[in-house]
Design a protein around this ligand. Structure first.
Ligand code: SF4
Ligand code: SF4
Length: 84
């Protein structure tokens, strides 16, 4: 492999690591802001693990980080901006 090819190979390698790192790093367990939550349950219905990853407790959504698969569906469905 000549040096020009090596530079291109290394540059694309670094870019690939940065992009995958950003995508993977963006996936975190969402946070519920109880003061915004009205307890409508939309997030629980949308969640692939309802009752385990997220449930309503005393009228507010609560996420269990151990069960959450970080799909962010609850974030997308909440009309009140209570899950971010
Ligand atoms: S969808 Fe939003 S407002 Fe409704 S229960 Fe879930 S977090 Fe609360
Ligand atoms: S991120 Fe996905 S798995 Fe986790 S609580 Fe929200 S909808 Fe459920």
């Amino acid at each position: 492999m000549n040096s020009r090819k090596k530079k291109i190979f290394i540059t694309f390698g670094i870019l690939w690591l940065m992009v995958t790192g950003i995508v993977i790093g963006a996936r975190v367990v969402p946070h519920v802001y109880p003061s915004y939550c009205v307890g409508c349950g939309d997030c629980v219905r949308e969640c692939p693990r309802p009752g385990r990853a997220i449930r309503i407790i005393r009228g507010k959504a609560v996420i269990n980080p151990e069960e959450c698969i970080k799909c962010n569906k609850c974030v997308d469905v909440c009309s009140y901006g209570a899950v971010r």
